[in-house]
Design a protein around this ligand. Structure first.
Ligand code: NBG
Length: 840
């Protein structure tokens, strides 16, 4: 027996604790819990406690209250095995945890009262201290977090598997208008939400070679002899559902060295050499790759992917063993969702584990794999479709490459039958890309190994079927499906926007929090002028709060009564922040030229990070800041136009921004934004969208009604036609006086302190190639912005449109998305978790 095997002492271990200071949910109990943790866990006396100490104490007290639910949830699935969701994602952007757990437990008031007894003014002061783990880049990582929360809220047994990066997405500073990246140190003050489980560590191999042998039954076999190993140590984060007992688990792997020291090297005096291996393995979970959409094909990134996927699959197999379930039945107990291609190596790794370690036949292993794995595609951008150089791949994962060759050859056999004599199709569909340098196409591996492939919005899924993978779709039409993204209304409305939540509660009750369709009841009040005024005032309250945040963080004073026009998301040319920026210049010129009659006073707010190596995106940030500086310093703009770039956009900042917005900018080039999820958060908080027919915008417009949405821009088909006919952006500029005037002003250095060269690369790009059709959509965008100004002038009408946006946003709850995954892809059912003692 090893020290990590469970003992069987038959002690009367309670399965839950009902002691008030550990489990009680009233203010006295929470206060007692905090006091105890200050003393015993943090070693502090209350009078000397800092705000951070109180944050830690409250978090530990809340975590205590999760434990009974968490352990009961684990116990339920152990005692009554049923299919569990394994959500594999290289990113989980979970945001601050404390307030979400308070909300889902239903003890925000009680916590407020408890912290006040320590002499703190408000719970908010404690919440402000929390550092969020930035374990993701943007929408993809945040989606994974919303999905975990909905899984728990719908009482579905689930584990999210990912990586515990020591450094998450960088912190963004703005210096002289430029983005500067600094490392994010989310662990520096200690992070109270994780439970390390070193006893459940897993080994992962890399490199080395394969060798063949004949087993004792005379079968020809292959095995992998890796050159090096790392250990994955699970760090578990409880994910509590909303007002239910279910508390699911996020299991994040941290890499450790197998041996902290190589004693041989140490003995011969090579101290630094001895530490090298340790340092080498630990870099595996050191840092998140800060690229969004573009993949760099770096060796360490492939290592990270294999590391977390291997640990996770081993963990799933082990859980079958522990429950005495046969490995042959893997697919009855685990459904494995690949969040984009980052975990796609799972297809080969599961085959390897089943064949090499568990000695199943190829056929059985393939049946298990294809019955359990499903794949979600999140992008059509060619530069974001992961490909791994063949040499790098075979060097790092030689056994996996052998298996991939076999998967490929069996697959291509099927293709030959279906498309006889068509070699072009073989080349196109092969997992191995033979054009140019040979490479492994991860999207093909995922598509072949999965029982379902889905896109993330109706339009996007259609494009996956017709443009990205048409031959695969012809081969397996039933494999391809759509699940439109969603976001959790708990975090994005109930927690982020308390004034709106109480207004909603007053008029439609509080059921909407777990059944968003109930917000439809608001429609009954759309012509009630008293209600519309209340609605407007609620928005104003939140905008005041955002205004003071803006002032504190940028020094810019903004008028909460102006139209808050907001674009927050990663900075990318396809998202077209520069289109918005150009539009601001036009508004600026109109004011300067005395042609601004009817223009709504606006505060245009931007936020978002650019990938550190993405020059054009960083120049766009500089451009926005240049415009902001000129506009905000010009007295003619007072009361009419303000421009703000909010530094360091995070989940936490998003919670301030969405509620305080009037207008949501969703202006990507049609066909480029797979879904978007910010667009949904805005709508739920009553912002109106100005947007193109792209991603989930299409469905948002369908839901809220075309009268309540500002549509502009070319469609996917129109853009394709424009491309075919030869797009000449310079001609568009020449034909539009307002556009050429704006461009000219930039070229004179008006927004760059006279430096005429600063923005030249941006302007050259827009005038010569304009790959994202900014010029093509400019005039129509301006027209739609004028319609926005017009609508703003009738405030009660605006408020009505705002109400209808919120009222009809129920479809975009992640509860709906998860229900669809459960019913159509995963085939999993909820599992009710009972708690045997009184924890109220
Ligand atoms: C992103 C898309 C977004 C989408 C999120 C979540 C990647 C690769 N894709 O449009 O760009 O909302 O995924 O699905 O990050």
């Amino acid at each position: 027996m090893t020290i990590s095997e469970p003992l069987d002492l038959r002690l009367p271990t309670p399965s839950c604790y009902a002691d008030p200071e550990r489990a009680g949910l009233d203010a006295d109990a929470v206060f007692a819990g905090m006091t105890e943790h200050l003393f015993f866990t943090l070693g502090k006396l209350a009078p000397t406690a800092s705000r951070h100490d109180l944050y830690m104490a409250l978090s530990y007290a809340v975590r205590d209250r999760l434990m009974t639910r968490y352990l009961a949830s684990l116990e339920a699935i152990r005692a009554r095995p049923q299919k569990t969701v394994a959500y594999l994602s290289a990113e989980f952007l979970i945001g601050p945890q404390l307030n979400n757990n308070l909300l889902n437990l239903g003890i925000q008031q009680e916590a407020e009262e408890a912290v006040r007894r320590f002499g703190v003014e408000s719970l908010q002061q404690i919440l402000d201290v929390e550092e969020e783990p930035g374990l993701g880049n943007g929408g993809l990582g945040r989606l994974a977090a919303c999905y975990m929360e909905s899984l728990a809220s719908l009482q579905v047994p689930a584990t999210g598997y990912g990586i515990r990066y020591e450094f998450g997405i960088f912190d963004q500073l703005i210096r002289d208008g430029w983005q500067v990246e600094v490392t994010d140190k989310w662990l520096k003050g200690g992070w109270p939400w994780e439970l390390p489980q070193p006893d459940e560590a897993c080994f992962v191999g890399f490199g080395g070679r394969t060798e063949s042998y004949t087993d004792d039954k005379g079968n020809y076999r292959s095995r992998w002899i890796p050159a090096e190993h790392a250990i994955g140590v699970p760090h578990d984060v409880p994910v509590l559902g909303y007002r239910v007992n279910t508390c699911d688990r996020l299991r994040l792997w941290r890499a450790d060295a197998t041996e902290s020291f190589d004693f041989y090297a140490f003995n011969i005096g090579d101290y630094y050499g001895a530490v090298e291996e340790k340092v080498g393995s630990e870099t595996l979970s050191k840092v998140l790759y800060p690229n969004d959409g573009t993949d760099e094909g770096r060796r360490l990134r492939l290592k990270q992917q294999h590391f977390f996927v291997s640990c996770s699959l081993q963990d799933m197999l082990r859980s079958l063993d522990q429950r005495g379930l046969a490995v042959e039945n893997f697919a009855d107990y685990w459904t494995v969702q690949l969040n984009d291609t980052h975990p796609a190596i799972a297809v080969a790794e599961l085959m390897r584990l089943l064949i090499d370690d568990r000695h199943l036949t190829w056929e059985k292993a393939w049946e298990i794999t294809t019955r359990s794995v499903a794949y979600t595609n999140h992008t059509l951008l060619p530069e974001a479709l992961e490909k791994w150089d063949l040499d790098l791949f075979s060097n790092l994962l030689p056994r996996h490459l052998e298996l991939i060759y076999e998967i490929n050859s069996r697959f291509l056999q099927q293709v030959r039958l279906r498309f006889p004599g068509n070699d072009a199709i073989i080349r196109k569909l092969s997992i191995i890309d033979e054009d140019g340098g040979k490479a492994v196409r991860m999207a093909h591996l995922a598509t072949i190994g999965a029982h379902h492939v889905n896109g993330v919005a109706a339009l996007h899924s259609e494009l996956v079927r017709t443009q990205l993978l048409p031959e695969f779709a012809a081969l397996w039409p039933e494999k391809f499906t759509n699940v439109t993204n969603g976001v959790t209304p708990r975090r994005w409305v109930a927690l982020a926007n308390p004034p709106l939540s109480s207004l909603l509660e007053q008029h439609v009750g509080s059921d909407w929090i777990s059944n968003m369709e109930n917000l439809r009841k608001l429609e009954a009040h759309q012509n009630d002028s008293g209600f519309l005024e209340q609605w407007g005032n609620t928005k104003l309250t939140v905008k005041r709060k955002l205004s003071s945040y803006i002032h504190r963080h940028t020094g810019v004073l903004v008028d909460p009564a102006s139209l808050f026009d907001v674009q927050v998301k990663r900075i990318h040319e396809y998202k077209r922040q520069h289109l918005n920026a150009l539009q601001i210049i036009t508004q600026y010129l109109r004011i300067k030229n005395g042609q601004a009659d009817g223009m709504a006073p606006r505060t245009v707010i931007f936020g978002g990070k650019a990938a550190p190596g993405y020059y054009m995106a960083k120049l766009i940030i500089r451009f926005i800041n240049g415009i902001a500086e000129t506009v905000n310093a010009d007295p003619d703009m007072d009361g009419r136009l303000r421009v703000v770039f909010l530094p360091n956009y995070t989940v936490k900042l998003g919670e301030q921004v969405y509620p305080g917005s009037d207008l949501s900018e969703q202006i990507s080039t049609a066909g480029k934004e797979a879904s978007g999820t910010g667009n949904m958060k805005f709508a739920m908080n009553g912002a109106l969208t100005i947007g193109t027919l792209d991603g989930a915008n299409v469905e948002i417009r369908d839901q809220v009604g075309e009268d309540n949405f500002f549509l502009f821009g070319q469609t996917v088909e129109e853009i394709a036609a424009l491309k075919r006919s030869g797009y000449r952006p310079w001609e568009v500029i020449d034909s539009r006086p307002e556009l050429s005037e704006a461009i000219h002003l930039i070229q004179t250095g008006h927004f760059s302190n006279g430096d005429a060269d600063l923005f030249r690369p941006l302007i050259d790009n827009l005038s010569n190639s304009d790959p994202f059709f900014v010029m093509a959509d400019f005039a129509d965008y301006l027209r739609a912005q004028d319609a926005v100004s017009q609508a703003w002038s009738d405030r009660s009408q605006w408020n009505r449109m705002s109400v209808l946006n919120a009222a009809r946003s129920g479809f975009f709850s992640s509860d709906r998305s998860i229900q669809e995954y459960c019913d159509h892809i995963w085939k999993v059912k909820p599992l009710k978790v009972d708690i045997t003692c009184d924890v109220r």
